[in-house]
Design a binder for this molecule. Structure first.
Ligand code: G3P
Length: 222
């Protein structure tokens, strides 16, 4: 994946669900075409197929359960997501934590199919643990800043720098992204200046009056 990268987590916002998820994915596609920056959608599982059918952007699942096919009502099955066209998945988002064993298992499934794995972490120590699984991406997101509009790259630069330096010591090929509170071009510029290779964000774009303009502004200082 070409960096810098912007991964937009649609979460379960109404503004990013169903028909509106498709509109948002098209905004990502058009902002990517206009700016040349890689933009990736992470919609709810139910919206993945439609977005894959109607856009050309990479699509990640927000979550995968560490299960095998069979009797697991209500779970999100890796094989079904693959069949619906995912390019990869977030793992262990702070709103959907997994056990260490499950993180390893899901990361391995993605690796075996040559799909993108993005393990979310909450501090430098968990980022180090995540890097040991050799995912494609570690995304550091302090949970206390999520959804606040207070950017991790400006409010807690040391956690981004610390993650970059420790993760790269373990495996320089693992890309480090940061997220939480990021919404402006200054926030993204600060993230890149701290050594991050992109951002994982949600509310600043999902809730913007004009998401495409917000995306173009986000990468305008790169
Ligand atoms: O996965 C992205 C995320 O948790 C950050 O959310 O709303 O602070 O950009 P937000």
């Amino acid at each position: 994946m070409k960096t810098p990268v912007v991964i937009l987590n649609f979460k379960t916002y109404l503004e990013a669900s169903g028909e509106k998820a498709l509109d948002l994915a098209k905004s990502l596609e058009s902002a990517a075409d206009e700016t040349g920056i890689t933009m990736v959608a992470a919609p709810q599982a139910c919206d993945i197929y439609r977005i894959k059918e109607e856009t050309s952007i990479p699509v990640l699942s927000q979550h995968i359960d560490a299960i095998t096919p069979g009797s697991h009502t209500g779970s999100t099955l890796f094989e079904a997501l693959v069949d619906n066209g995912i390019d990869g998945s977030l793992i262990n988002h702070s709103e959907k934590r997994l056990t260490l064993a499950d993180i390893q298992s899901v990361n391995q499934k993605l690796h075996d199919e040559e799909l993108i794995s993005c393990i979310c972490t909450n501090n430098v120590e968990t980022s180090v643990a995540a890097a040991c699984f050799n995912p494609d991406i570690v995304a550091i997101e302090p949970p206390q800043l999520i959804g606040t509009g207070v950017s991790v790259s400006q409010a807690e630069p040391e956690i981004v720098e610390g993650t970059v330096s420790k993760v790269k010591e373990i495996n320089p090929d693992v890309k480090v992204l940061c997220g939480a509170g990021i919404s402006t071009g200054e926030d993204m510029r600060a993230a890149i200046d701290l050594g991050a290779e992109g951002v994982l964000l949600a509310s600043g774009i999902v809730k913007a009056e004009n998401p495409k303009k917000a995306l173009v502004d986000l990468v305008s200082k790169l």
